[in-house]
Ligand binder design. Structure first.
Ligand SMILES: CC(C)(COP(=O)(O)OP(=O)(O)OC[C@H]1O[C@@H](n2cnc3c(N)ncnc32)[C@H](O)[C@@H]1OP(=O)(O)O)[C@@H](O)C(=O)NCCC(=O)NCCS
Length: 447
């Protein structure tokens, strides 16, 4: 029974994400190390699941370790300048063979449909093509990098035409020039430029060495769960110029994440590939497991509209059932929706509050203040209260009162003091529910 309840609650909790992601374009980028890892098949299962949910997927893979192995096997030296491989004609041969082999292996795994596995009944159509036009990097520090290149342009229309057919697009770290030459590119460069060209909703990088901050003090080599582009730039500057403990991988990927967000990508996720189901945990849970970088702060506080009624009901119904909040049915909410403000986090409603003015007494009631349990104790309740207080002041009223059964101390700590119910506006006294025996708190506001 308990298992069923958990299952139903879990399924309902992921439903908003499923609806939000359907038809959206995600670019997922992973290195050659991940492909050679025995756990790669699990990542493929998760990718398959995303595709089944209607997410339009573009996968960009790397092939660095495979290229390195082939160079060693052929007794070819590795030449590099400023961290970049010099791709002479012999090296290019290894690059083509390694990238081609990795590409085929991924395609084979994506084609798997074994019964009793998450791939059962799946039939993903994978496609590839000459979507990436490249040009040479040129001469660095006096050394010609030859076939080492960078992305010159991506063909988003061609990629989209495949995505629209329900196909998954697989891209290798190779690009072609209009003169017919082949260039060795980095997976990061290809993924970033592809995500920008497609205006992708998400660019997801799977990393080896990322650690996420668990507490404020946990800073030396970790990343916060969320960063805006401005915050990412400040952090990047700091870790490039001061000797922090962040790895070279973090420095490099943070740079690409900033570039993508400054392009047109909504969100970039940096996640730890070693966590089981990393992509699913990042995308389908409130807190995620990685670092998400976005153009703007993910929080918005705004007036509610009629389309928010369903979300508010979802938020307050459990609290009504526990007797924490007074029951409000859908009809009442629809009538009173303009009294509500809502707080969103990355498009999901996480808090609400309502304001009822009483003009005779020049006072306002704060009602239906609620923060989603997963987001409590991070200041959101205080933020909603501040907004309601500001609106009270704008109305020219000086008093704000609230009736509560469960949050007396929270209001005391926010400057309220308990008062008798006879101090409520007359109209409110007439509506007082003697069975609930709510406590009444009042706060005088400064103008
Ligand atoms: C009350 C409520 C809105 C606070 O939201 P929140 O986002 O967690 O609030 P904040 O982050 O601003 O404040 C968190 C602090 O308040 C404390 N707190 C939270 N709920 C509390 C409560 N019911 N009673 C006393 N203290 C409480 C936390 O312990 C935390 O204290 P700390 O900073 O010392 O760790 C939220 O707990 C909630 O939705 N409760 C259910 C609905 C309710 O009771 N609404 C009020 C009646 S309208």
């Amino acid at each position: 029974m308990k298992l069923n309840t958990n299952f139903v609650a879990w399924f309902r909790s992921v439903a908003p994400y499923i609806n939000a992601f359907r038809g959206k374009t995600f670019v997922i980028a992973f290195s050659g190390e991940i492909v050679s890892d025995e756990k790669f098949v699990e990542l493929v299962h998760d990718i398959n699941l995303l595709a089944s949910l209607g997410v339009r997927l573009v996968l960009v893979h790397g092939a660095r370790p495979q290229i390195q192995t082939q160079l060693t096997e052929n007794n070819l030296p590795t030449k590099s300048v400023m961290g970049m491989r010099v791709t002479d004609p012999a090296t290019l041969q290894c690059v083509k063979e390694s990238a081609g082999r990795v590409h085929v292996e991924i395609e084979a795994l994506l084609s798997m449909g074994l019964p009793n596995s998450p791939m059962a009944n799946a039939s993903i159509r994978v496609t590839s093509g000459n979507f990436v036009t490249a040009c040479p990097i040129g001469v660095l520090d006096g050394v010609d990098l030859m076939h080492t290149g960078k992305v010159r342009k991506i063909n988003p229309a061609a990629i989209r035409s495949h995505l629209e057919l329900g196909e998954l697009v697989l891209i290798s770290p190779l690009g072609y020039s209009p003169t017919g030459e082949i260039f060795n590119l980095t997976m990061e460069n290809v993924a970033t430029e592809t995500a920008i060209a497609l205006n992708a909703e998400k660019l997801i990088f799977l990393l080896d060495s990322i650690r996420i901050e668990e507490a404020e003090t946990d800073k030396p080599d970790s990343l916060p769960r969320e960063l805006t582009v401005v915050e990412s730039k400040l952090l990047h500057k700091k870790i490039m110029h001061k000797s922090t403990k962040h790895t070279d991988e973090i420095k490099q990927f943070l740079h690409h994440a900033i570039k993508a967000c400054e392009g047109s990508v909504d969100r970039v996720h940096l996640i730890n590939r070693h966590i089981d189901g990393a992509i699913l945990q990042e995308l389908f849970t409130h807190n995620g497991i990685g670092c998400m970088i976005s153009q703007e702060s993910l929080q918005t506080l705004r007036k509610a509209g009629i389309e928010d009624v369903g979300g508010i009901l979802q938020l307050i119904e459990p609290l009504e059932a526990e007797g924490v909040l007074v029951r409000r049915n859908r009809e009442l909410l629809e009538i009173e929706i303009e009294r509500f403000v809502i707080l969103e986090h990355d498009g999901m409603m996480i808090g609400c509050a309502a304001l009822y003015p009483f003009s005779d007494e020049k006072a306002c009631e704060l009602a239906c203040l609620a923060v989603h349990p997963d987001y409590r104790n991070t200041g959101y309740g205080g933020l909603l209260l501040k907004q309601i207080e500001a609106e009270t002041v704008i109305l020219g009223y000086k008093k704000i009162f609230v009736l509560t059964t469960h949050a007396a101390h929270w209001f005391i700590e926010h400057g309220f003091s308990e008062t008798k119910f006879t101090n409520l506006p007359k109209e409110k006294q007439g509506l007082y529910n003697y069975q609930r025996r709510s406590k009444v708190f009042i706060k005088n506001l400064q103008h």
